[in-house]
Design a protein. Sequence first.
Length: 94
Amino acid sequence: MNEIELTFIEKVATCQAAVTVPKTKNDAVRYMSRSAEDIQSHAKPILAEHGLVITLEQDIKALDGRFFIISTATITGENGDTVTDSGIAQLLTP
């Protein structure tokens, strides 16, 4: 039986539908959240099944005396196609 080859975006959408990461309380932010590490550990095995890899970058920015963490995830396919998304959260200061 011939298997239909999914496009890059179809593979990404399939993986997004399959990944569920619960939110947890993090002392560094004011609300329930998912850490980049939690998302990556849940997503990597599912992405690998479809020939995709995920890379994460994090940056801390200061604005008006407040600190923010910006996390950017990039999913890359076997042929070099990529999709990128970012999230931002304010960090609590002691």
